[in-house]
Design a protein around this ligand. Structure first.
Ligand code: SF4
Length: 268
């Protein structure tokens, strides 16, 4: 029985260096081999042994989805213990207070200590927590380039953009179609900044879900028989600071958040 619910859960555990020590061409190819049960995770020498052996043991006893999420969080926390917090603050653009990092998430404080314990006023569900912990672990501190690109134009985006379109952009468009106040709520609640002249969109809004990961949402209303459309754009530096699987997880997390927001208004 597989230990993972999806490919991304395996990929998140890899260091994404494409070093080929596992004899696969890329970390993504290795993740696919693990997910399909053809290879054990312990074949990657760069995965900490305690994480690899736990995953390999679980390949014989499938956990329920909530257990999988908890396991993923536990693995990320185990890695966080080894992180130099001063260096992490420099890389991530977070503030350091004592043994905590204060990461600004859409204008709100989200504090993490060296054990991965979370302190925040916002609802810290796994859709938020997993991308934040990934960001602290993997952010390389690349400066924002002020150049918006779709996911498919990020270095590894070609493998992910179809899934991203299905799981993020399409459901987000559906929410915007039936809940037009979405964008004004994003301004009021999440510090969204309306910007003009972006890709001739009817609505263009910048969010800052993580300090070095700005996100541009563009929405085109339906008109003249043309369907509405919604696309997300990232800064060209995004993959260096979160990794492609982290960007995907962030996108799905934000989509879930918008769904909850719409439900609070009795929609969906
Ligand atoms: S050995 Fe690990 S880090 Fe190197 S390519 Fe394979 S999966 Fe990626």
């Amino acid at each position: 029985m597989p230990a993972f619910q999806n490919l991304m859960q395996v990929f998140t555990l890899l260091d994404k260096s494409n070093c080929r020590q596992c004899n696969e061409k890329t970390c993504m190819a290795f993740a696919a081999a693990v997910f399909s049960g053809r290879r054990p995770l312990s074949d990657c020498p760069r995965v900490p042994p305690e994480i690899a052996s736990r995953a390999d043991r679980q390949s014989h006893t499938q956990a329920s989805p909530p257990d999988e999420v908890e396991q993923q969080l536990a693995d990320l926390r185990a890695r966080l213990v080894t992180v130099d917090m001063a260096d992490a603050a420099r890389r991530t653009g977070a503030e350091r207070r004592g043994n905590r990092l204060i990461v600004k998430i859409m204008g709100k404080d989200f504090a993490v200590d060296a054990n991965g314990k979370i302190y925040t006023d916002i609802h810290a569900n796994p859709w938020v927590t997993i991308p934040v912990l990934n960001y602290i672990l993997h952010c390389k501190g690349a400066p924002v380039q002020d150049q918006w690109v779709p996911l498919r134009e990020l270095p590894s985006g070609g493998d992910w953009y179809r899934l991203f379109g299905q799981r993020c952009e399409k459901p987000m468009k559906k929410i915007a179609d039936v809940y037009p106040e979405l964008f004004s709520d994003l301004v009021d609640i999440f510090n969204g900044q309306p910007v003009g002249g972006q890709f001739q969109a009817d609505v263009a809004l910048v969010l800052r879900p993580l300090p070095r990961i700005p996100l541009l949402i563009c929405y085109w209303q339906a008109e003249d028989g043309m369907e509405s459309n919604l696309n997300l754009f990232f800064d060209a530096s995004a993959e260096a600071n979160l990794g492609i699987s982290g960007i995907y997880a962030l996108g799905t997390g934000i989509t879930r958040m918008f769904e909850k927001l719409a439900q609070r208004h009795g929609i969906g």
